[in-house]
Write a protein that binds this ligand. Sequence first.
Ligand code: HEC
Length: 178
Amino acid sequence: MRTAGTLAMLALLLAGTASARADAPPPDAVFDPGAPLKTLAPKVVVNSGKLEWVPFHRDLTSWPTLSHHDKRPTPRPVRATLNGPLDGDAARGRELAMRPDKGYCIACHALPGEEWPGTVGVNLAGYQQHRNADELVFQQIFDARVFNPNTVMPPYGTFGILTEQELRDLVAYLQSLE
Ligand code: HEC
């Protein structure tokens, strides 16, 4: 596996920097807790046989299971409350659903206008017809484990992958799909 070697090298790199706190990331975590852009990636130093570690273009620290040696407890499912009017922007929600660095819902779900959707989750085209309350849709995206403890859908709210406003935008988008 490609990541096994990477993790082993990061173990060497970070072994000295990891703190001893119980909730600290494991020594082979693929990020540096002290750096501003916390995820590192290997870069080949040409003709040297060596790798240098540079900030990765994304901060992957929201995903706590990057390392098989990560023994920190996974955050428990969170019941979310949707206060006040939804106030979501459907156009922004659509963008979030397509963006690989945001919702990337399209990796698992079919949505209108995408020709190569994922087939892991249910087809969300025409979602309005399901007539689900905004609160329920919000909870599903915030933390789907409340409905299905074994879901593969990421807990976007609980893990801090998306902000509350982004979740509201996504709910507005799904509810707009006729
Ligand atoms: C890794 C795959 C995956 C990703 C990514 C994903 N989902 Fe899901 N989703 C699922 C699966 C599987 C289900 C079916 C229910 C379950 O297993 O929890 C589901 C169910 C749903 C449902 C409930 C559908 C219904 O029957 O009412 C909604 C709404 C939903 N997803 C929205 C989203 C949105 C919005 C995003 C992006 C922010 C997203 N999903 C990203 C896998 C995924």
